[in-house]
Design a protein around this ligand. Structure first.
Ligand SMILES: [Zn+2]
Length: 504
């Protein structure tokens, strides 16, 4: 991190605390446990909005939403491979006994990718470069421990685990999907819910929490189907910012390529996989992330999970932490259902029209909603103006309603207006404390798109003042038309000046 980005990260953190977005690590009054956060009223509104947008995009692409349990017994995680392989390389300080992720220690001190290094290579690198304990400056015990990230619990005396991802729990009811979806592939389902990872030393705010919200789309397909994908024709001319592994090796920049170019030139392995990249791009841009802040990085050979056929990460460029991985798109082959067929009493194959037994393959769009929420706050925070310039369609509050003063009928009229807007499904807040200037400033800091003021003229002519956050422009509109006006402004991009009489 540069000094500038570090200063920005600190200012942003303070802003998010002050304005009710993200608090923690929690429990703060007990000194906090690293990697756990509370979303305050503003943060929760924003996270809900992003999840709503993402839910909407999944449904446009004909995914169905499901909700599976968070806790699963040991056998599930043995079958999925998590118990044996979901580990990070941990190293201990010989002085203060602090524990650290060996690969992250290296990456924080030197400009290398340590992800694929063997234990031997990690230790040699740390010894050769004299890397010392970030907490006390001491030296390390020269041993790498396999540190499992699964958060264990117990159910009825039996070993069980909190899920480290939603994916596995989405796969298990495959037979139920098969019958429900009329015995036909592809089957597209998604799940939004909590997952848990016992990170060794979580840092970087909610980007690396121990408890987080995942949103993962899973598509059950056959191998043949991947190369003859129904929706491919509709999206093959769309462009994506792709950064293939060989570009990375020779120091070339990512390139905007059409989906068709990527498939025809073998940059990705199948039409269906390319469609998944398109859907993920749609998910993030719909959630307000500007296209120019996104790139798709192909995994290097040694980063790939052993079952992965094709693996790319969608990365977002933040002002605070630089390029951050926010979504993985994976062709998992038939690994998952084969494993669960082997370990459970069920055979998860199905019979095709020719009577052949087929093991479904899985394509996965895997991400969480904490990182995009943080990303939006990071990218749209304007520290000079102390303002969150969040795009209107995802602003945490659409409207704040104020009575100019708390006298006569003004508070009653304003409260009625609040109820009316709330009934019309706007995210709205009522605020009557402090001067109007203070209330504007408070709402600018929270990213509220519009402020509506009820004043003495309202009592005479049924009009109110609407003020725009970014331009601070104000217009006067009829109260009867307020819902339409707000709708038009928020979702059609019409300038406020075209929707009412300007106020001097
Ligand atoms: Zn130490």
């Amino acid at each position: 991190m540069t000094a500038d980005s570090e200063r920005f990260a600190n200012e942003l953190d303070q802003h998010l605390v002050r304005n009710g977005f993200i608090w923690g690590p929690e429990p703060e009054i007990y000194n906090g446990l690293a990697g756990f956060y509370t979303y305050g009223p503003m943060g929760k509104l924003l996270k809900n909005k992003l999840e709503g947008e993402m839910r909407d995009v999944f449904k446009q692409h004909m995914f169905s939403e499901v909700e599976a349990p968070i806790i699963m017994p040991r056998t599930v995680w043995k079958a999925s491979g998590h118990l044996d392989t979901f580990v990070d390389p941990m190293i201990l300080c010989s002085q203060c006994e602090g524990s650290f992720r060996a690969d992250k220690l290296i990456e924080e001190n030197h400009d290398v990718v340590a992800d694929g290094m063997s234990d031997e290579e990690l230790l040699t690198f740390i010894a050769d470069r004299d890397i010392t304990c970030p907490a006390c400056g001491g030296t390390f015990d020269m041993e790498i421990h396999d540190y499992n990230l699964m958060m264990q619990t117990e159910v009825g005396g039996n070993e069980a685990y909190n899920r480290p991802e939603t994916a596995t729990t989405t796969y298990l009811p495959f037979k139920r999907y098969w019958r429900f979806f009329r015995k036909k592939l592809p089957i597209k389902v998604f799940q939004i819910g909590k997952a848990f990872r016992n990170e060794i030393s979580p840092r970087q705010h909610v980007l690396r929490g121990r408890e987080f919200t995942q949103a993962e789309g899973q598509i059950f397909v056959t191998e043949e189907m991947k190369h003859d994908w129904d929706e491919y024709e509709d999206i093959k001319d769309e462009k994506l910012p792709l950064w293939p592994a060989d570009y990375q090796e020779r120091g070339a920049d990512p390139e905007w390529m059409t989906v068709e170019e990527a498939v025809e030139n073998g940059v990705v392995t199948s039409q269906a996989y390319a469609w998944c990249l398109y859907v993920a791009f749609d998910l993030f841009t719909s959630a307000g992330v500007p296209e120019g802040r996104i790139r798709y990085r192909e995994h290097q050979e040694d980063e790939m999970a052993h079952y992965a056929r094709d693996a790319w990460d969608l990365e977002i460029e933040l002002n605070s932490f630089g390029w951050v991985e926010c979504c993985g798109v994976h062709d998992r082959g038939d690994y998952d259902l084969s494993q669960h067929s082997e370990h459970s009493p069920e055979d998860l194959t199905f019979k095709d029209n020719q009577g052949n037994e087929v093991m479904p393959h899985i394509l996965e769009i895997a991400f969480g909603t904490d990182r995009p929420t943080f990303a939006v706050l990071d990218m749209f925070y304007n520290p000079e103006e102390d303002r969150l310039e969040i795009p209107n369609h995802i602003a945490p509050l659409d409207v704040a309603v104020f009575p100019l003063m708390t006298k006569d009928d003004l508070p009653d009229v304003a409260r009625n207006l609040y109820q009316r807007l709330h009934r019309h499904r706007f995210d709205v807040e009522y605020d009557d404390s402090g001067s109007i200037g203070k209330r504007y400033a408070r709402n600018d800091a929270k990213g509220t798109a519009l402020c509506v003021t009820v004043d003495f003229d309202t009592l005479e002519d049924d009009t109110v003042t609407i003020r725009d956050r970014d331009t601070t422009e104000q217009v006067r509109v009829r109260m009867a038309e307020l819902e339409e006006t707000i709708q038009e402004y928020l979702y059609s991009g019409t300038a406020l000046s075209e929707l009412g009489e300007p106020v001097e």
